[in-house]
Design a protein around this ligand. Sequence first.
Ligand SMILES: [Fe+2]
Length: 343
Amino acid sequence: MIDAHFCTALRIVVSNWRSQLTAEEMTQQLCDPVAFGLAMLPALDVELAKLGCTRTDVHGFAWQTPCLHLRSVFDPLGIPDTPLDFRPIPDCAGTLVARATAILSLAAIGADAVSYGSENGGDLFVNLVVIPGEGRVSEKSQGKMNGHTDGVSFPIRGHRDPEDSRIAPSPDFVCLSALRNPNAVPTTVMPLDAILNQLDPQDIHELQKPQYILQSQLTFRDGMEEILGQELLVDDAQLLFRMNSGFWIRFSHSSTQTAAAGESPAKQAMQALAKACLDCFIPVTLAPGDIAIVNNRIALHGRTKVGEEHGGQSRWMLRTYGLDTSELDDSQRHPDSTFMLFP
Ligand SMILES: [Fe+2]
């Protein structure tokens, strides 16, 4: 019920906002997403109160939910053909409303909409679409995606990279706004609770040891070279972290290896984790106008195969990240941006 109330309140607040502004004014306001989110919160509180709900209720619910599925939360009206690359996002009413709703939904749960300078030029929103052509990026855009957390080579919030303290934490949330999904290709979500239920205590113990190597995900590699002079590779990485509230995870099937070659308890635990992901994924099918806020600490996410269709009316999601930035150091940001994190 809380999610339905949250949807209703978000729709009303963003519709009112949109009705008072030109597209140019909307674009201008979204340039500073943090200020925009803060400015809109009082109106959201009023709408939630009318439904007998508070932002504290929404906040508590969101942080315990592997995936918050906000159904029909915005109208994807008048959008052009599906783009053929990660960026730019076409400026039109449908994408502006999608972006405003995503930013406000994150602000409501105590997370700023953020990007990383090393991924897609640091754009706050990117198109998740089929990218035509040759090469790994194009292939990845069409294929199935196994379970992973985003920003896997970045430290979890509250920790620092052992060699470069400027590296910002990975996001708390991955936020997907659906503009088109004609074949109802599901996003897949694997709750960490369900995964851990499938693992034996020995595997859970191994995953908490600093004995894995994490490579940066493909979309970050070029930007890392440019900003850091090399791709960020983390040795002696831990995958599972015991927190006050339970466990947090970071993992990517394609970017995680064990430090020692050959069979080992570490490798066995990683294989058990990968197998558990296959056994406990939940398909979340996003319809146009839906937003999914996937918790990047207590869930892994992926996707089933998309296929080759591109442009036109093909699948199109917008993606941004959410992070509780209250403990972020200034050195973990790019100085000329309110939302772009380092690297
Ligand atoms: Fe992802």
